[in-house]
Ligand binder design. Structure first.
Ligand SMILES: [Zn+2]
Ligand SMILES: [Zn+2]
Length: 610
């Protein structure tokens, strides 16, 4: 969350709500009230239900229950019906402050609430809210009556450990959403459906891009040929851009001795994210969780003068970090991933220009992939190394780089790492969701720990300034995000198969292979649909595979040495020679266009959408 917001207590649990942003605040209050309305209905249905917590969350709310039997979808309908009935009664939410002893008595039958009460600091006021016959331990605030709760919908049932602890009881969690108007509720549900349709795990299977295998292990991605082609194209493009902008490519090993992680401090501060070591000739080696130490050792391999700086080392570096199995999620949250990692070593005077260079590259990347973006400047956190003056100078350097580029940004107050301020750029995808994008991080820590220097003009050794930078982040997460952003319909330059040649009958198979080979000579990735299917089935298959161009070939096309061109969106471009087709599409592919042809581009331009 951007840090202009503060933690406001909306429930038994906290949700980050910006008090200045009254809409956000009112939504959270209304949604939390809806969770009470739901709890009231659940108790009507299960008089012995025990209650956990029921906070407002982004886009909705949930409540955790300890119930005598598993909930079914029919139960959700019943609970929803009872909620509507109670809402119609316009039951007021009544707040009451009570003594601790009274609270303990009131909730005696409910061990979870007792635990919550016991966790409240002595001296803190304990409050309850009651609507109708239902009274709950709660800090509030709430809307005035149940009639003030907007249109809502219960969405799903999930298991949730009490307090997120797998050693505690598993409760049943009901998720719901509530909005001020029916239109907003409908819009939200539509967006959810669209997000499900675009889910990269589903599309990854349907388009045969990647898989995860139990035998290999959870959180470890197997890139299939089509997914690997997309990644290869993204990487090639990025490497080319980096080389053009003065980066040097490096490679570092996947394992490293404990010595380096002792110096870097990772064994102290990052160990819980690292895998257990392996012993090689009595020295512990670790799978690398980060690329920085390797790059520092490369820099330190030589004495550098100020004239050598800046030095920009870049690596597609594969790192391994421990994530609990419960948190793994397709390609987005994994245990091994490849970062487009770079470390820039420069003088303090060069920081602003270097950061500006990274910002330019980040903006160019966003344009190519068709992402909007939002920018955050994260400042000094409460626990930090380095003096205030150093932080102020460094943060100012980042600010100047942003302002020099005329980029609007939000201050993420206290959101920097303990070792330096940073710029976070979030990609905003086709559904308006924010994804982790480029990060540009200054580091006061590692140059000290590794004693990283350069020889200045005065002949003395000076501490180098170090910038960590990723643009796409993890290739796994980035490509997974792209799948959802494009709903699997990759622009032609990224499509694993750019054109499918579709013979109407077997009689055109040989000609079709000839067409494919002529197009491959022009650099296109082409498949021939020569399976024994009806033409309609082949076209449907190519459409499901979201292949940008379909080239249908019948008798007439063979005679005229031509192809009938169709786009994956169904639009017909008519019959043309193979050369004419190549000349039509290659310019779009070469400039990495998001569009398949000129009409596509003109229409998107007119609508001002992708
Ligand atoms: Zn409450
Ligand atoms: Zn780094």
């Amino acid at each position: 969350m951007p840090e202009t917001s503060v933690q406001v207590e909306i429930a038994e649990m906290d949700i980050a709500v910006d008090p200045e942003n009254t809409r956000e605040y009112e939504l959270a209050r209304m949604r939390h009230s809806c969770s009470h309305l739901m709890a009231e209905a659940v108790r009507e249905l299960f008089p012995d239900a025990k209650f956990g917590i029921g906070p407002a969350i982004e886009h909705g709310f949930y409540y955790d229950f300890d119930l005598p039997r598993p909930l079914t979808p029919d139960d959700l309908a019943e609970i929803e019906a009872r909620m509507r009935a109670n809402q119609a009664k316009a039951e007021p939410f009544v707040r009451e402050e009570i003594a601790r002893d009274d609270a303990l008595r009131l909730f005696a039958a409910n061990p979870y609430k007792i635990e919550l009460i016991d966790g409240l600091p002595t001296g803190e006021a304990i409050t309850t809210y009651q609507q109708g016959p239902f009274r709950d331990l709660c800090r509030g605030p709430h809307v005035a009556t149940t009639a003030d709760i907007g249109p809502f919908k219960l969405q799903s049932i999930a298991g949730a450990y009490w307090r997120g602890d797998e050693h505690r009881p598993m409760l049943q969690r009901i998720y719901g959403t509530a909005w001020p108007t029916p239109e907003e509720l409908a819009g939200h549900l539509e967006r959810l459906e669209e997000a499900q349709r675009r889910d990269h795990r589903r599309l990854g299977r349907e388009l045969d891009l990647f898989s995860v295998s139990d035998e290999i292990g959870p959180g470890l991605i197997l890139w299939h040929p089509k997914g690997a082609m997309i990644r290869y194209l993204v990487e090639q493009f990025e490497q080319k851009e980096q080389l053009a902008r003065g980066y040097d490519l490096v490679y570092t090993p996947h394992i490293a001795s404990e010595k380096i992680y002792k110096i870097s401090g990772h064994l102290e501060t990052y160990r819980e994210n690292m895998y257990s070591p392996m012993s090689i000739e009595d020295v512990d080696y670790y799978l690398k969780p980060m690329n920085c130490p390797g790059h520092i050792m490369i820099y330190k391999g030589q004495i550098h003068s100020y004239r050598d700086l800046p030095i920009r080392l870049a690596e597609l570096g594969t790192v391994y970090r421990y994530e609990r199995s419960g948190t793994l999620h397709g390609m987005l949250r994994v245990r091994g991933f490849t970062q487009d990692d770079s470390h820039i070593f420069c003088t303090n005077d060069q920081i602003t220009a270097e950061v500006a260079g990274v910002i330019d590259l980040a903006i160019d990347m966003a344009k190519v992939f068709g992402y909007e973006f939002k920018t955050y400047l994260a400042t000094k956190p409460a626990k930090a190394i380095g003096g205030d003056a150093a932080w102020a100078t460094a943060t100012d350097g980042l600010r100047q780089a942003l302002e020099g580029r005329g980029l609007p940004y939000t201050i993420d107050e206290g959101g920097g790492a303990f070792y330096g301020p940073k710029i976070d750029i979030k990609w905003v995808d086709a559904l308006g969701r924010e994804w982790t994008g480029p990060t540009i991080q200054l580091d006061f820590n590692l140059p000290e720990r590794f004693d990283v220097n350069y020889i200045a003009e005065d002949g003395d050794r000076h501490r180098v300034a170090m910038i960590h930078r990723t643009l796409l982040g993890s290739m796994e997460r980035f490509v997974g995000g792209l799948v959802e952003h494009y709903a699997g319909a990759f622009p032609a330059w990224l499509a694993p198969v750019q054109a499918a040649v579709i013979p109407i009958t077997d009689g055109q198979n040989e000609f079709s292979h000839g067409v494919a080979s002529r197009l491959r000579d022009r650099g296109l990735r082409v498949a021939v649909s020569d399976q024994r299917d009806r033409m309609q089935a082949k076209i449907r298959d190519a459409q499901l595979q979201k292949i940008p161009y379909m080239l249908v070939v019948g008798k007439r096309e063979v005679e005229a040495d031509s192809v009938a061109v169709r786009l994956r969106n169904g639009r017909d471009l008519g019959t043309m020679t193979v050369t004419a087709f190549a000349n039509l599409v290659l310019p779009f592919i070469e400039r990495r266009s998001l569009y398949l042809d000129a009409i596509d581009e003109a229409e998107a331009g007119a609508l001002n959408v992708r």
